[in-house]
Write a protein that binds this ligand. Structure first.
Ligand code: MN
Length: 513
């Protein structure tokens, strides 16, 4: 299991009361300890579960929830009612907790001990009604949470907890996430823009702008020998034509320039403690860079590809929402094998039942989704203010199922749009030397693309082979934002109803809380 989440823990709090005497609570405590140990030893949970004892009164609940809220290691709380725990005693504590909450409806005993069961056994094993009492207060308080139902040793049950743990950890990661924008939104683009103040209030992350004059200070500080070293590293990591290594060639110089751009961006991001960034092909430094050498000679595409693979969130053309979501996807899938990337709906391919969408970008696709070792190539790039060759990693994505997602600002609320997609084998694109994926959106090209467009979804999205829609459902629940999922069962008729219903729901939602 990955070490990525070692700095985090989730707390496990068992609800009980003193009505049944101290002995009962001692047993509740013992059972809870065994359960938490068993969950940790299962190897199925990426974040360690820490048992915090029984809560038997309003004061005890308040104390433990206040402590959970204050402890930076704690990314969420799991509650379980082993006995009946009168839920008014949870009100004040739950009011203190704004971290992710999971209500676990399980039972210490797997099956009823038919031959020996008596009233004492029932008094202890009361989850069947204790968890309903607790569920009521969550419903009554309109408290966002995830409910997981199942036996605590069942791998399927633990799988639901594992998903929530990953999302809760990524949520914690987003609360001090800083996104640096190198340049603004591409002029006039609506869908990638939005309310950055609301984003910080609602989603946690902070978006800053950095003028290119400041970037140039970092650019000037990059040492030539470090650039030389990084270029050598590229040649060991990626397939490439031997001619690229000819240090007198234009191609070599373009690879070298890309390496310098990478070291520049890396230095900025490290210095600023940023977890993601955006670029803009119109904002690259000195306009006369080909002569002065002062600034990026082309968009830092190779740098964006490699930084994404390290976990920096990326959004093109100033798309800070995608940059943040991209980081969150990378963060929550750490240790999983499939890979993730920022992608753009590039070009449609009409082919009957196999109609699909080519996913690519100018250059910036993350090599974590590559089906084979990427190839380092230098080609002309004629978009943006520079029209000059530049380096990039070229590959096609793996074949298989995945999920893509985007967040759009609807004015008054954020909307998370999620689509299950199937990546299929592309045909060669000899005249388009960029990384790409080719997918069919579920349930079909027509309905999948149609629903996404009706929801106002972006042409940019954050794709992963590893995550399931359950991740996004948990994320939307924690963030308290709108969630729209387009899957194999979606019809345009039902989707339109969802859009209309959500419009009403979100108008009334604030009044209800
Ligand atoms: Mn784009």
């Amino acid at each position: 299991m990955t070490k990525a989440f070692d700095n985090y823990e989730v707390w496990f709090v068992t609800g009980a009361q003193l009505l049944y005497g101290g002995d009962a609570v001692v047993q509740v405590d013992g059972h809870s300890t065994k359960m938490v140990d068993g969950m940790n030893e299962s190897g199925l949970l990426p974040v360690k579960v820490v048992y915090k004892g029984t809560a038997n009164s309003s004061e005890e609940v308040s104390q433990v929830m206040g402590a959970a809220q204050a402890d930076p290691r704690c990314v969420g709380v799991i509650t379980w009612m082993h006995t009946f725990s009168p839920a008014k005693m949870w009100i004040h504590g739950l009011q203190k907790l704004s971290k992710p909450l999971l209500h676990f409806h399980t039972q210490f005993n797997e099956e009823i001990p038919w031959d020996t069961m008596d009233m004492d056994f029932m008094n202890l094993n009361q989850s069947a009604h204790g968890d309903r009492e607790f569920g009521h207060i969550l419903a009554r308080m309109r408290k966002n949470h995830k409910t997981v139902v199942g036996y605590w040793k069942d791998p399927a049950t633990l799988g639901h907890i594992a998903v929530w743990e990953r999302v809760a950890a990524a949520w914690a990661d987003a609360q001090d996430m800083r996104i640096i924008r190198f340049g603004d939104q591409m002029n006039n683009v609506a869908v990638t823009d939005g309310d950055k103040v609301e984003a910080e209030m609602r989603l946690g992350y902070h978006v800053d702008y950095m003028p290119f004059s400041d970037v140039l200070c970092y650019f000037d500080a990059v040492k030539d020998e470090d650039v030389d070293g990084l270029v050598k590293e590229y040649f060991t990591l990626y397939d490439h034509a031997p001619a690229l290594e000819d240090s007198g060639s234009l191609e070599y110089r373009k690879v070298w320039n890309s390496a310098k751009a990478e070291l520049t961006l890396r230095a900025v991001l490290k210095d600023k403690g940023a977890k993601g960034f955006t670029t803009n092909f119109d904002d690259l430094g000195d306009y006369n860079v080909e002569k002065t050498g002062h600034g990026f000679d082309q968009i830092p595409g190779l740098a964006s590809q490699r930084l994404m693979a390290e976990g920096y969130g990326f959004g093109a053309e100033g798309d800070w929402k995608s940059a943040a979501l991209c980081r969150t996807v990378w963060f929550m899938t750490q240790g999983l094998e499939g890979g993730c990337s920022f992608l753009e709906d590039y070009t449609l391919n009409f082919a009957g039942g196999k109609s699909s969408i080519l996913q690519a970008h100018m250059l910036e696709v993350c090599p974590l989704i590559a089906s084979a070792r990427p190839k380092l190539e230098v080609h002309h790039l004629g978009i943006g203010i520079r029209k000059t060759p530049t380096a990039r990693l070229v590959f096609t994505s793996k074949v298989g199922c995945g999920v893509t997602a985007t967040v759009v600002d609807m004015g008054g609320r954020f909307r998370l749009v999620v689509n299950d997609v199937q990546c299929i084998e592309p045909k060669p694109l000899p005249k388009l030397p960029v990384a790409s994926a080719l997918w069919i959106p579920m349930p079909s090209f027509e309905v999948g693309a149609g629903a996404w467009i009706m929801a106002g979804g972006t042409h940019h999205s954050c794709f992963s082979y590893d995550i399931t829609p359950e991740y996004w459902e948990d994320y939307a629940e924690i963030a308290d934002i709108e969630y729209l999922h387009i899957d194999k069962d979606t019809t345009i008729e039902s989707f339109k109803k969802d859009l209309r219903m959500n419009e009403v729901y979100y108008l009334l939602n604030k009044a209800l809380k």
